[in-house]
Design a binder for this molecule. Structure first.
Ligand code: ZN
Ligand code: ZN
Length: 262
């Protein structure tokens, strides 16, 4: 099983039907949470994804729309009696927010919370089954993209790349090349390219160019501005550059089939 489930697909201002960033990657029988915007635990419940089964949380950067779901997530994990350790990967200052929350409520989690500060680009996780690599994005604060890479002996390895908030990048690490799925922010359509540059965001066309640069197989657009009720124009402009483009939607699942070599 290697699949991406998109949950929170809104940019900083959520709408009544779009929540801020949160996505799940199912890989090697495990769940990884990628960003944890407000309402993540509710979205997970709605789509029957168990909080207790999330093994690791990867946070791209410390803007509210990517982290404000963490207190609720931890609270619910605690109430559910989770005992498995939880690994959180993020830049160092996030630990202070988590500590404030635990001190304030005098919470004792029934599980071990293991915080792993991201100090530089490179490998975050490496085990016999998979690898996670962080690489720098170009946003207003320190921000990382992630490559999730499954290691396979007798099958074609599967790969997902996540580019959260970022101005267009001109180069990517080698590990990100030929991703099966590129999940890329597309806050604006091209008519707002100037606004995108001002706030270090991407347009749908920028995301499509990134997919081309990476020689990705599929592009999934997310992080939509609340100004767009109809997302079709964003899809159209991206497809004109990169035809294999899809819109993320709440609960949509993008699976990558296993291709055996023998
Ligand atoms: Zn954002
Ligand atoms: Zn941001």
């Amino acid at each position: 099983m290697f699949s991406l489930i998109t949950l929170g697909i809104s940019s900083a201002s959520p709408t009544t039907n779009r929540y801020p960033s949160a996505h799940i990657l199912r890989i090697c029988g495990r769940l990884f949470l990628i960003d944890c915007g407000e309402g993540t635990q509710l979205l997970m419940k709605r789509h029957r994804l168990s909080i207790s089964k999330v093994q690791g949380m990867f946070i791209s950067h410390l803007h509210g729309d990517h982290i404000l779901g963490i207190p609720g997530f931890l609270s619910s994990a605690s109430l559910a009696g989770r005992t498995e350790p939880l690994d959180i990967y993020a830049v160092a200052p996030l630990e202070k927010m988590i500590e404030f929350f635990t001190d304030f409520f005098e919470e004792e989690f029934p599980f071990e919370l293991r915080f792993h500060p991201i100090e530089a680009p490179g490998i975050l996780v490496s085990d016999p089954a998979f690898e996670v690599v962080a690489f720098p994005l170009d946003h207003r604060v320190e921000t990382y993209g992630f490559v999730f890479y499954e290691k396979k002996r007798r099958a074609v390895a599967r790969k997902m790349v996540y580019c959260s908030d970022t101005a267009p990048l001109s180069c990517f690490p080698q590990e990100a090349m030929k991703a099966d799925i590129l999940l890329h922010e597309a806050t604006f359509a091209s008519e707002k390219a100037e606004l995108a540059r001002t706030y270090f965001h991407s347009t749908a066309a920028d995301a499509a160019r990134a997919a081309r640069l990476l020689d990705a197989k599929r592009l999934v657009l997310t992080h939509f501005s609340s100004r767009y009720t109809d997302l079709q124009p964003l899809l159209d402009e991206a497809r004109a550059i990169f035809p294999e483009t899809y819109l993320a939607s709440e609960g949509a699942e993008f699976s990558v089939p296993l291709v055996r070599l023998d």
